[in-house]
Ligand binder design. Structure first.
Ligand SMILES: [Fe+2]
Ligand SMILES: [Fe+2]
Length: 198
């Protein structure tokens, strides 16, 4: 039997919207545990910032060693992780929280690690690992949120899709690097090329 949805009458909706106006986008109908969601989002923000820094470091350290195209890809990923961090920070504020940008304890709050690595292959490998951690944690947070906060869930789902592309691309690079073939276009690059054509 399909589940019955109870719709709130318009008078109650209007009355509720006028209460606690200072809470902005957070209305009485917000079903999730806001404190927990804010904590999970702040941990995710730390994860993204650590990823920005790790990719940035790899971008500069890879330069001049071997492949410019790999260094360039690290920079693209770093910028995309910054985009994720901005989306998360924006959502934290919408939910009435404060994004935690404090460098103190940042790597402790982050799910993924800041590993510098020495060799180019080592850098790529560390990025695959970090992306796989991000994928698992975002998937878990999405499952936790369920239907209770659709906006946060949609945002995290879009980020998760990009982390999967990142992991796929880094895994391709690692494979190409091992075989010495840098000509094969990774799926993420292909996806980006297709998106740009749309
Ligand atoms: Fe990210
Ligand atoms: Fe990523």
């Amino acid at each position: 039997m399909p589940q019955k949805t109870v719709l709130t009458d318009i008078t109650t909706l209007r009355k509720r919207a006028r209460q606690h106006i200072e809470e902005g986008a957070v209305t009485a109908g917000y079903d999730a545990d806001r404190a927990t969601v804010l904590k999970l989002l702040n941990d995710s923000l730390a994860t993204e910032i650590i990823c920005v820094l790790r990719y940035r470091r790899h971008h500069f350290m890879a330069k001049g060693i071997q492949s410019k195209s790999i260094a360039d890809e690290f920079l693209v990923h770093s910028n995309e992780e910054q985009g994720h961090a901005d989306l998360i920070a924006e959502r934290i504020v919408q939910l009435g929280g404060a994004p935690d940008f404090s460098p103190d304890g940042m790597s402790g709050r982050s799910h993924s690690e800041y590993v510098e690595a020495v060799s180019l292959a080592g850098m790529i490998k560390e990025n695959v690992v970090a992306e796989r951690i991000a994928i698992d944690t975002y998937r878990e947070i999405i499952q936790y949120i369920g239907d209770k906060d659709p906006t946060t869930r949609r945002m995290l789902e879009s980020i998760l899709a990009m982390e999967e592309e990142h992991a796929d691309e880094m895994a391709d690079l690692l494979e190409n690097f091992a075989t010495g073939d840098n000509s094969k276009k990774s799926s993420a690059k292909k996806h980006r090329a297709l998106t740009m054509m749309e």
